[in-house]
Design a protein around this ligand. Sequence first.
Ligand code: NAI
Length: 487
Amino acid sequence: MNPVKISVAKGDGIGPEIMDAVIRIFDAAGVPLNYEYIDMGKKFYDAGFSTGMTPEAKISVETNGVLFKGPMETPKGKGVKSINVTARKTWSTFANRRHFRSLNGVETVFSKAGIPIDITIVRENIEGTYGGVEHMLTQDVALCRRFITRPGSIQVHRFAFEMAKREGFSKVTCAHKANIMKLTDGLFLETFYEVAKEYPEIEANDVIVDDLAMKLVAKPQQFEVVVLTNLQGDIMSDLCAGLVGGLGFAPSANIGEHISIFEAVHGTAPDITGKNIANPTALLLSGLMMLRYLGFMDHANTIENALLFTLESGSHTGDFGDRNTPSLNTTEFSTTIIANLGKVPASGAARHSRSSAEFVHPVAPIQQKVMVGKETLDETKLVGLDVFYESRNNAATDAPTIQKHIPEGFKMVMISNRGTQVWPTGSVFTECVDQFRLRIETVDGKEATQGELFAIANSISKDLFVSSVELLRYFNGKPGYSLAQGQ
Ligand code: NAI
């Protein structure tokens, strides 16, 4: 088997301790990997690299296509973006796969009750609110834009179904909040069922995300693969980590078309850094996901069996296991796993039906950024404008002032505050903040031009501070905007 070269960033805090432990295990098992160590993490922010990595590190990842990384600290309050999120977004790793399952030797309420857990979360990894596109619109109102896109959603759904097909899962569940966020989560759900049609052999269903939270705690065994948007997936996957014994057992893979990143879910654990007591299991499990992704199935199975045997026999680091037996430090724990290579756990050997690698090597060189999206263009029609304005008056007080700026052919439809209609009708009990949304539409649904609409906003700005505008468009005859509550 030809060795594969991968980029390795040990990371910050406990990163180097757990990465060294995992690579010792890989070496002992004869995994055919060449490691290219790269400079990435807090030290490199501090040294003046604004992205937290050196240009050589970037080239290494873009050439090798696989990054195995330890946790990294993003300096707080320096106006820098998280290196972890930046890496996932820059390299378009659109699907974050996290696997949570009961491990013998790791006691949880479910293991005590004899309920086995084996859940794979597939989280959309680069959209949602994680773009961090945020603005203060007034002194009292902050806005974060949440991007849900058709191509982004299709990519992550297709990944979930392909994974389910390849690895023998029978069911994929989409979790969402489409009952409230009808356009964003609605698009995520709609594309889920579009993609599901291509996989008739796999059961597809959906669940509202708050219901999912309750069901995961009450009856986790009913889920196999759950696909979610970014923030909802982030929260639900930590919940799943809790079900199987905590973050020390939560691995993750960030999968993209060309580049993939494998890392533990947990952070740098500054409270235990330098003590050689961190649990390397989550990083090791992430490494096993990487080995299978690369096609090293036998090596992955051998190491996984050794890990399961080790856990089953009661060996543990300080963060889990029987408090009455002494804990092992990071080095001792990895040495025990190495000693157990070749052994098979009584509870059953590692089982993985996948027979081929997902990884395509070498990474195809890309000359320019790829534009993803629908091939056909929707028919669109511009019918109005939402004007977000700042005011400390009641909407009814400002309405006559605004009316002066509305030209013939257009009408004021409503004013809302925090999404609830307050004019022309509303309730005196609706508390308001200093930012209102005024909806203007054309009379009789006629088509408007951008110029006409921006001219109205411009005119209103002579009397009121306009903090933002949003165009109202129809796409293939359907409104591309939501109604206000109470409208
Ligand atoms: P954390 O996951 O580092 O620590 C939370 C708690 O879990 C701590 O008590 C820690 O000791 C314990 N813990 C975590 N991993 C452990 C392990 N392998 N073995 C034993 N105990 C472990 O989360 P926290 O404290 O919120 O974040 C610390 C730093 O990590 C922050 O700078 C944060 O930005 C960064 N971080 C990085 C991530 C990444 O690189 N993917 C993910 C999450 C946080």
